[in-house]
Design a protein around this ligand. Structure first.
Ligand code: AMP
Length: 285
């Protein structure tokens, strides 16, 4: 497994591989890897001749300094996991080099998509994400790049960034991998104490409950239900609950037949911010 720290070096290594018509799969990560990340890697390895993973805690996408500073790092374990998974090449850029010494986001206009949910609550987050993904794509020249549906809005933002910049990269969505109790795997879960970690699966339990409620309850009743149960929960603080149409992320007033929805939650537990979502399969007529 090759390791690169300079974007010029990795580009010079990958360019001849691509020129031989070999496909490059790319999985961008912020490290502190878990089975969720590895599931993306496994899909990339299956679908491509060559798989590249990046590990970079991107400063420009953090709106909260504390969250950035406390972001978990476990490089040695990460490298072991990637080697065992069969990754060909790891890119661990340094921020000065990746950003050409100017560690700032480009400004994008993602319209409504950039202003709701994560865009609303984390100012500048998606400009930071879109900027770093573009810089990483420039260095790793992938044919396909793999993103988890856990960060569903991010996935759509990256697709939009690719369209705006007319990049020749296919964005592949990958399913959410969960712990045994349903909690979506996340690097941030390691920041929770045992007691809080046990309580954190309330997020997924609530999302699952909304799926069953949607058979009989209205959209407004489901919003009220979630707000009520979180208000009564001593461990979690709800930041938002949203029901959106999966196709265009538009707001939902009433459920319709044959439409696909996603339900989203962002919540704080022990000062750690966790997000999750679940798909409501279209209701047949
Ligand atoms: P991160 O390191 O958190 O930036 O995540 C890197 C990639 O892994 C992103 O595309 C995430 O959506 C994806 N990812 C993180 N957690 C999970 C999970 N539990 N299941 C599937 N994909 C995930």
């Amino acid at each position: 497994m090759k390791i690169f720290k300079s974007k010029t070096d990795i580009y010079n290594y990958l360019h001849p591989i691509k020129a031989q018509n070999k496909s490059i799969g790319f999985v961008p990560t912020m490290g502190a890897l878990h089975k969720g990340h590895i599931s993306l890697v496994d899909i990339s390895i299956k679908e491509n001749d060559f798989t590249v993973v990046s590990i970079f805690v991107n400063p420009t996408q953090f709106d909260n300094v504390d969250d950035f500073e406390k972001y978990p790092v476990s490089l040695d374990v990460d490298m072991e996991l990637l080697k065992n998974a069969g990754v060909d090449c790891v890119f661990i850029p340094n921020k000065e080099d990746l950003y050409n010494g100017n560690i700032k986001s480009f400004e994008y206009d993602f319209g409504m998509l950039g202003r709701i949910m994560e865009g609303k609550h984390r100012k500048g987050h998606f400009d930071g994400v879109a900027t770093v993904v573009k810089l990483l794509f420039d260095a790793t020249i992938p044919n396909k790049a793999y993103f988890g549906e856990k960060d569903f809005q991010q996935l759509l933002i990256v697709k939009e960034m690719v369209a705006v910049n007319k990049l020749d990269v296919e964005i592949i969505p990958c399913p959410i991998i969960r712990e045994e109790d349903g909690l979506a795997m996340s690097s941030r879960n390691t920041r929770l104490s045992v007691k809080y970690r046990k309580e954190a699966n309330f997020i997924y339990k609530s999302l699952k409950k909304t799926l069953s409620l949607s058979k009989t309850k209205s959209v407004a009743e489901i919003y009220k239900y979630i707000n009520d149960i979180f208000a009564e929960n001593d461990f979690l603080e709800l930041e938002y609950f949203e029901i959106r149409k999966e196709k265009d992320m538009s707001e939902v007033k009433n459920f319709q037949h044959n439409v696909e929805y996603r339900f989203f939650i962002a919540a704080f537990i022990q000062q750690v911010r966790l997000i999750d979502n679940i798909k409501l399969l279209s209701l047949p007529l």
